[in-house]
Design a protein around this ligand. Structure first.
Ligand code: C5P
Length: 221
């Protein structure tokens, strides 16, 4: 076992998928279940860390033994993560954050009769929470990002991961392939962890809990 190898560390984790409102009853969302992030939170807590989980619309039950902060939109997640990161030794951004949000939120329900046959949505870019964190990181703080991509070719997947790693400035990037029946909402996962230089430090597959423990192992390396 890993015993209490993360004791004394404050680990901040984001999980789930943000929802970006269109009107009071509709949103733009994604298929993230939050399972991998919740598994990370549970595993880190079992290994002795003090864990804060910023959760957006989990489809799994909340983990026990962690401090839970619930958010909905990318902007809400940004606000929470920013303030909590000030005291975190490790930040793991496992959430699927919407890249764009509707530029305006209609105060009342959008009605077919008012819109007609074609509805055009205008979206604006959300802030990149991860890139914002690495820009102001505390000395010694370890920041881990995720890259969920649909490329089926492993070399292409890793190439995308390396580009993302450089753009986001994180210490480690967890790359995983997602699709209609893989990654999101499933019980298993297969991941590759890249370090700052783009080198592979971990490859793991199995349950999201065993993958979580493999990811957390990089903190000791
Ligand atoms: O750019 P992309 O969405 O593929 O990057 C994925 C990584 O960046 C994840 O760690 C995700 O949590 C994070 N992210 C973020 N803010 C965004 C978009 C993604 O922190 N607006």
């Amino acid at each position: 076992g890993h015993r209490q190898d993360l004791a004394g560390l404050h680990v901040l984790i984001s999980a789930g998928g943000t929802r970006e409102p269109l009107d009071p009853v509709r949103f733009l969302g994604n298929r993230s279940s939050g399972k991998q992030g919740v598994a990370l939170a549970e595993a880190a807590a079992r290994r002795g860390a003090s864990v804060t989980l910023v959760a957006a619309h989990l489809e799994v039950s909340e983990p026990v033994g962690v401090q839970l902060v619930s958010v909905s939109t990318a902007l809400e997640m940004e606000r929470s993560i920013r303030s909590l990161a000030a005291t975190a030794d490790v930040v793991i951004m496992a959430a699927a954050v919407a890249d764009y949000r509707p530029s305006t939120v209609q105060p009342g329900k959008i009605k077919k009769d008012d819109v007609g046959d074609t509805l055009t949505l205008e979206l604006v870019k959300n802030p990149d929470i991860l890139a914002g964190l690495t820009a102001v990181r505390r000395p010694g703080q370890v920041i881990i990002g995720f890259a969920a991509e649909t490329e089926s070719d492993q070399a292409a997947l890793l190439a995308l991961g390396r580009t993302k790693l450089a753009r986001k400035g994180c210490d480690f990037l967890v790359v995983n392939r997602v699709g209609w029946s893989q990654g999101f909402a499933t019980d298993g996962n297969a991941i590759t962890v890249l370090d700052r230089s783009g080198a592979i430090v971990t490859e793991a597959s199995g349950t999201k809990m065993s993958v979580a423990n493999s990811i957390l192992d990089v903190l000791g390396s």
